[in-house]
Design a protein around this ligand. Sequence first.
Ligand code: ZN
Length: 119
Amino acid sequence: MAILDNVSETISKVARNIAKGTNKVVESSKVSIDLLEKKDDLKDKYAEIGKLLADCDDKEIIEKLDVADKINEIRALSNEIVELKIKLSELKNTKKCPDCGANISKNSAYCNVCGSKII
Ligand SMILES: [Zn+2]
């Protein structure tokens, strides 16, 4: 049955090609993930160097690399982050008084502004 043999051969060729294609897709995904991980690692390494430099007190190095402005920006951002964390913590630990709208401690039984009992 030459016709059936041909059909069978064609089907097996198609199956092999699909498998090859699938392998390529899988391989491509693996390479993409690897690439992203390497880029992330590289970013981390740059950040480590940046952190060392930002924490460095050696004025000669800072002047030589002309990074004083960047270091000041980093310190300002760090301060802003600390302030935002404090604000967030305060917001999480407070609730609004239903009567006067004041921010009061989450555990308060009474509003310390208007004296209302908090239910
Ligand atoms: Zn109140």
